[in-house]
Design a protein around this ligand. Sequence first.
Ligand code: SAM
Length: 217
Amino acid sequence: RTHYTSPAIRAYLDDLYLPPDPDLAYAVAELDRAGMPRIQVSATEGKILYLLVQMIRARRVVEFGTLSGYSGLWILKAMGQDGHLWTCEYNPEHARVARGVFERAGYGPQVSVFEGPGLQSLDKLAHFAPFDAVFLDADKSGYARYARWAFEHLRPGGLIIGDNTYLFGYLAGRAPDHQWNAQAIEAMRDFHAFVAAHCTAVCLPTPDGLTVGMKPY
Ligand code: SAM
């Protein structure tokens, strides 16, 4: 299949679909200012999150992997004033920066930043279930466990969304190495097997794969 995309086409479309937003720009600027890695979702992926959240009228969303709050802001903006985001981050500096980003954008009361490893926060987070969507963007080896937990705590019609589900190219056809060992690859395959078996789902062909699965009604 020919791919008809080009930098000119992307620039033309980004101009139409991704108008500048000062809160989102600030979240990205904070990454640089705080010396954090630029590993946030792309603007297009953020807009996909935004659209999905609005399509299901989500009001209660969980995120694993906060970074500076860039994707969290997309989700909060999509939910509007009566939404709540529980976002989990194990790096205290990232959590601190994100809190500032959320506060500055006026979403402070609508966000709970859970500090600590995601998998160790699941029991605490479960108290706030049921959720409308769970976005996975933290430890990739945990995706299968996060997905099972999400499925259990989502309402029917709720979404499991996972970024980097090509596992940086290691998902298939590439030998494990020091970066991604066989166990990590197997864990991501287990994630896909679970989502494919239990959800109405697709893995969108973004640069590193964005999986969207809906818990059936
Ligand atoms: N979702 C963010 C965005 O698009 O703006 C990007 C998240 S970044 C790819 C991954 C984040 O997950 C980092 O801030 C990292 O510190 C955090 N993280 C990694 N492993 C984690 C874990 N086990 N529990 C919680 N957070 C973790």
